[in-house]
Write a protein that binds this ligand. Sequence first.
Ligand SMILES: [Zn+2]
Length: 202
Amino acid sequence: MSKVVILGTAHGSNVPGKRSPDGKFREYKFSREVIAMLKPRLESHGITVFVDMPSDEVPRPGNTELSLRCKYVNGICSKFGKENCVYVSIHVNAAGSDGQWHDARGFAVYVSRSCSAASKRLAKSICDLAITRGLRGNRSVPKEHYWQADFYVIKNTSCPAILTENLFQDNRADVEFLSSQKGKEAIATLHLDALKQYFGHK
Ligand SMILES: [Zn+2]
């Protein structure tokens, strides 16, 4: 049975905001860097990997981008069987949109409100791993160990789907960590290990 992971890039270089207050950290770039590290590692475990929107620039306006991402994912689901696929959209959180630094730190993972049990299982597993690895930050974590929100790309994809918010792009300490090789490595490995667990690899 084929195991398929579709990795979702965050936003694009032509999307306003989505950066640290000093402009040095860009969410679109971080997401694509983590995906470039993660894809060959998943493939080395026999997993087939697709990336929904690898180019730096994305179609505008935003609803065109998001519907194209879902169309791409759902096409793969039709081909491979949605039960063999999982969609993982890789983002970085922000506490504000005011261009200021904020205090909130740490990892979060979202599933849609009407999601499958499989989505919840993967979400809980990646959150548990994040906590174990000291990425919890300073916010309260829901007792389920995932957050629920109807973000377009996780609501409108037919396979199990999660959206990860990998620390905060408007927290100085988080940005320093995410900008380091160690930080990128930690986020790539977190996703790799959670997906290996999900597919039952040892
Ligand atoms: Zn984002």
